[in-house]
Write a protein that binds this ligand. Structure first.
Ligand SMILES: [Cu+2]
Length: 456
């Protein structure tokens, strides 16, 4: 679905902004690729320039560049986009080149990059290169280090990438609105030495939150705390790509947080280490094992682990962040039978859904009416039933024999015989060793060891 558009033709006389437009850049703009697919587009190996191992952007893509006299030229177009957050809900967002988040920009330590930014929004914008070492005048802070990019104009940023690392880009202009509308993207600086920090699989995504009322499609941008859609690359479970790897692969996941709150990201299965921050790579001697890493607002964390076969949940550990937008105002009604009245209320108040009398779980099964273009609170099916999830949740799917560069969903894990938790039945009575068993002809309890060692 990637296609190109010629900006010179499309925009007629595209106006160039006053800021730092070099003659080389002004001669002709590089084409601005666009992408509207919401599934991961595994990036091809770099066609020119220094070699690098590209990242896999969850539900996203990487921006092609043009090499011009040794400079890598990229073209970002800030514009309104429609993003499907998960099947059943589309949001009116702002992004870049057809998508929110915008495409991942990938380049190499030492590269000189020239990034054209065309503003097709109804208001001025800028681009700040979060964590990238740039000259002050390239830092993208509207009013402070540059004039804003007016609607219809193109500005150009140019700098040399000094250190490898994981960075983000986002506006520093009317930030509250523009970031709440989804304007953000990843900027990856690969090391000059392709073997440095080498991993087998390198995933990347951004945390973003939206406040979209049930039945609506456009975020409430003045919201400060009460967000109801918790997304990875502007997707929510079950719309988030799985992270597919082969057993034994060294896997990296780079996660940047551009929401308004912290997210403790927790991965089941193998332990990981935090190997990178926005400031660069953590020396081996300074890493420690973890199963959860908190990612504060404006932070990036890269984690790495050795993949072990299985389906391993990865999610934000704030329970409300793995939920959809419906019914967070529901009172606790455990023990109360109120379904008849609830159904009548929900017809009058679209955002109303009762908590079940035995907990919330039954909500994942029953089909209460919800407004159009709205996701339920808990959803998704697994091989054993309802997953009861939403929001910031996905699955690290590790299998033997996955080919390098293969990211397709391999389906559910086939557990080896005898390794799945199951119901205990009376037939198990003799098969399962009991920890403590009273001995009929004895006054004291003896520990019974499995294997019939008692009685000597
Ligand atoms: Cu969270």
């Amino acid at each position: 679905m990637t296609h190109r558009r010629n900006f010179i033709k499309a925009a007629g006389a595209t106006m160039l902004g006053a800021a730092a437009v070099s003659r080389t850049g002004a001669a002709s703009l590089p084409e601005a690729a666009i992408q509207t697919a919401t599934t991961m587009q595994p990036p091809p190996a770099p066609p020119n320039g220094r070699p690098f191992n590209p990242v896999a952007t969850l539900n996203g893509w990487s921006l092609p560049w043009r090499m011009k006299d040794g400079v890598k030229e990229f073209h970002l177009v800030a514009e309104p986009v429609v993003r499907e957050l998960a099947p059943g809900m589309k949001a009116n967002l702002w992004g870049y080149n057809g998508s929110s988040p915008g495409p991942t920009i990938e380049a190499v330590e030492g590269d000189r990059v020239r990034i054209f930014v065309t503003n097709k929004l109804p208001e001025p914008t800028t681009v700040h290169w979060h964590g990238v070492l740039v000259p002050s005048g390239m830092d993208g802070v509207g009013g402070l280090t540059q004039a804003h990019v007016p609607p219809g104009k193109t500005f150009v940023y140019e700098f040399v990438l000094q250190r490898p690392g994981t960075h983000m880009y986002h506006p520093h202009a009317d930030e509250m609105v523009q970031m709440a509308m989804g304007m953000m993207g990843l900027l990856i600086i690969h090391p000059k030495d392709v073997h440095q920090f080498r991993v087998d699989r390198d995933f990347a995504f951004l945390l973003a939150s939206y406040a979209i009322d049930p039945g609506a499609a456009t975020p409430r941008t003045s919201e400060m705390t009460d967000f109801n859609l918790w997304t990875w690359n502007s997707r929510v479970f079950p719309g988030i790509d799985p992270l597919v790897a082969r057993s034994g692969d060294r896997v990296r996941i780079r996660i940047g947080n551009l929401t308004m709150t912290n997210h403790p990201i927790h991965m089941h299965g193998p332990h990981f280490e935090v190997t990178g921050t926005d400031g660069g790579w953590v020396p081996k001697s300074a890493r420690w094992p973890e199963v959860t890493t908190d990612i504060a607002v404006g932070q990036m964390r890269a984690i790495e682990f050795d993949a072990v076969a299985g389906d391993w949940a990865i999610h934000c550990h704030k329970a409300h962040h793995t939920m959809g937008p419906m019914s967070h105002t529901a009172p606790n009604l455990i023990g109360v039978d109120q379904r008849a009245v609830a159904e009548r209320i929900s017809k009058l108040v679209p955002d109303y859904m009762p908590m079940g009398s035995g907990g919330m779980s039954e909500m994942a099964q029953m089909q209460m009416p919800i407004p159009e273009n709205t996701l339920p609170m808990m959803t998704g099916d697994g091989p054993f039933g309802a997953l009861e999830m939403g929001g910031m949740f996905s699955v690290v799917k590790v299998r033997d024999g996955v080919r390098a560069g293969e990211y397709r969903d391999p389906g559910w894990f086939k557990h080896p015989a005898g390794t799945v938790a199951r119901e205990y039945t009376a037939e198990d009575d003799d098969a399962v060793p009991r920890a403590v068993q009273p001995q009929a002809d004895d006054k004291t309890l003896r520990v019974r060891k499995p294997g019939g060692h008692e009685g000597h």
